[in-house]
Design a protein around this ligand. Structure first.
Ligand code: ADP
Ligand code: TYD
Length: 209
């Protein structure tokens, strides 16, 4: 029985996700509310091993479906070992990327479509975020913010892949307007933070009511 609040943060590479996650952590810290922060791929020992595997830029031969299954496998472990137990204890879980990343990157970016949703339905076992912040910014601009030598196997993909991925995110935003909060990430860090804080206040109010 889920009692906690599950918040995920999504967006293209370089869209300012990590920057705003630091602000989200500060929001809860300032209120004296403990949170569980975690990330994908990763969040568990097994997940971090799978992360290193799936992001290794030397593994150029990785098949698209293998990639989708590795992300889903890391997620299955993450949900079972970290996210579900924390939510069952009534905790607030903040996750840097979750299943929407797979739908956008593997479903739309790689073009694997519906199969990505199906394999992930097994991985998440009914565990979906209550709120998802989607950092929306032209992925070509976001990418320029990341130094070339720091780009992983996915970030090194061509613009076309990142544009299709971004279009996937926009489609998800249209499909799930009650869950996904689109954020115009082309503004200043401070402006974006204010939007996110306002939404987080609403989320906390809805729990108290
Ligand atoms: P992500 O986690 O989405 O890859 P980061 O938060 O690491 O993105 O941001 C990538 C780079 O862009 C960093 O150098 C960061 O300081 C910068 N950045 C983040 N948000 C903004 C913003 N709103 N405007 C300009 N630069 C930003
Ligand atoms: P991320 O941790 O956001 O990268 P970094 O912090 O190094 O910027 O994510 C790693 C990459 O994995 C990113 O390019 C998005 C990709 N990804 C997928 O393709 N599918 C997924 O299901 C997830 C969770 C991430």
């Amino acid at each position: 029985m889920k009692k906690g609040i599950f918040i995920s943060v999504e967006g293209s590479d370089g869209s300012g996700k990590s920057t705003q996650i630091e602000n989200i952590k500060k929001f809860f810290k300032d209120k004296g509310i403990d949170i569980v922060f975690t990330r994908e791929p990763g969040g568990t020992q097994i997940g971090e091993i799978l992360r290193n595997l799936v992001l290794d830029k030397n593994l150029k031969e990785m098949d698209d479906m293998t990639e989708a299954l590795v992300y889903a496998a890391a997620r299955a472990q993450h949900v079972a070992q970290v996210i579900k137990p924390a939510l069952n204890e009534g905790k607030i879980v903040i996750c840097d990327r979750f299943v929407d990343s797979s739908i956008a990157y593997q479903g739309y970016g790689r073009g694997l479509g519906e199969s990505v949703k199906i394999i992930n339905d097994f991985a998440i076992a009914g565990c979906m975020p209550d709120v998802t912040f989607l950092m929306k910014m032209d992925p070509r601009i976001g990418r320029r913010r990341i130094k070339a030598d720091q780009q992983d196997r996915i970030e090194l993909e061509k613009d076309d892949f990142h544009i299709k991925t971004f279009e996937g995110y926009l489609e998800l935003e249209r499909q799930y307007p009650d869950r996904i909060v689109g954020i115009d990430a082309s503004r200043t860090i401070e402006e974006i933070k204010i939007d996110i804080y306002n939404k987080l206040e609403d989320v906390l109010k809805s729990v108290v009511e």
